[in-house]
Design a protein around this ligand. Structure first.
Ligand SMILES: C[S@@+](CC[C@H](N)C(=O)[O-])C[C@H]1O[C@@H](n2cnc3c(N)ncnc32)[C@H](O)[C@@H]1O
Length: 254
């Protein structure tokens, strides 16, 4: 069995995903590259609350294969910069979308203080232990008056029976408290379920990419480990034990 499920899921599978999109066509890229980001409608809600408009300098921390950043780049003309620790995901994001991307850790972002207008972290905080360090870095990268967006999967029950490896869930109240303690003002919050689900063509495209990846790599330990982790996460969401919380925050002006 693989000993690094997070690497399998976010590094190895990322490269396989880019290969599958090459085969199926670029119209499959966006759905395949939004990994755990919820629906386009939920992302648009977040983009509205963060006031993403043409020219906004957006830092995407834990950008994965770059789907969410690409969506707002196409729809709103923002200029995203991606930071992501998994080299395979960085290469895939550059290959699929020609993104500007740097290998880096969200707890020590390779950016200047206040270099960005908006920083977001989509589906990442639940995969890291030191959430406060990540939030502090998002805040530092935008500075006073800047905005910070989050999608965080939170637990809705006291104990989770089968936590996917590498995930560390907090409750919504704990998350809000953590953000306030970091000095962020919460402007708006919602849950993924409050927004329309992805259209069927979107899901079909993502499933077609998954099928090609499974066809080519389904017998590998890395595939099995990533699939197991995704399945556990999917079950927790389906059972309502974990829910995706969207938050738009602001760093107060000094
Ligand atoms: C569920 S994926 C979400 C990817 C992307 N944001 C999206 O919505 O499609 C979680 C991402 O967090 C990244 N990640 C894990 N540890 C991280 C860290 N210390 N700093 C930044 N990103 C991290 C993973 O590599 C992975 O790409």
């Amino acid at each position: 069995m693989s000993e690094e499920p997070m690497v399998d899921e976010f590094d190895t599978v990322a490269m396989w995903t880019a290969d599958a999109v090459d085969e199926l066509g670029q119209d499959h890229a966006l759905p395949a590259a939004c990994r755990g980001s919820g629906s386009p409608a939920a992302l648009r809600w977040l983009a509205d609350r963060l006031e993403l408009v043409a020219g906004t300098r957006l830092l995407d921390s834990g950008a994965g294969v770059g789907g969410p950043a690409q969506m707002v780049r196409e729809e709103r003309g923002v200029e995203p910069m991606l930071v992501e620790p998994m080299k395979g995901a960085c290469l895939a994001a550059a290959r699929l979308f020609d993104h500007r991307v740097v290998v880096g850790d969200g707890a020590a972002l390779p950016v200047e203080d206040g270099e960005y207008d908006v920083a977001w972290s989509v589906g990442v905080l639940c995969t890291v232990e030191d959430k406060a360090a990540h939030v502090a870095e998002l805040k530092r990268s935008v500075g006073p008056g800047g905005r910070v967006g989050l999608l965080v999967f939170v637990r809705t029950v006291a104990d989770l029976p089968d936590e996917p490896e590498g995930n560390h869930f907090v409750s919504a109240d704990e998350l809000d408290e953590l953000l306030r303690a970091a000095g962020l003002e919460i402007l708006a919050a919602s849950y993924l379920d409050d927004h329309p689900a992805a259209p069927s063509e979107w899901d079909d495209a993502a499933s077609a990419v998954d099928a090609v990846v499974e066809r080519d790599h389904g017998d590998t330990d890395a595939f099995k480990s990533a699939a197991r982790n995704q399945e556990r996460m999917g079950d927790l969401i389906k059972d309502g034990q974990v829910a995706g919380r969207l938050l738009a925050c602001q760093v107060p002006q000094i």
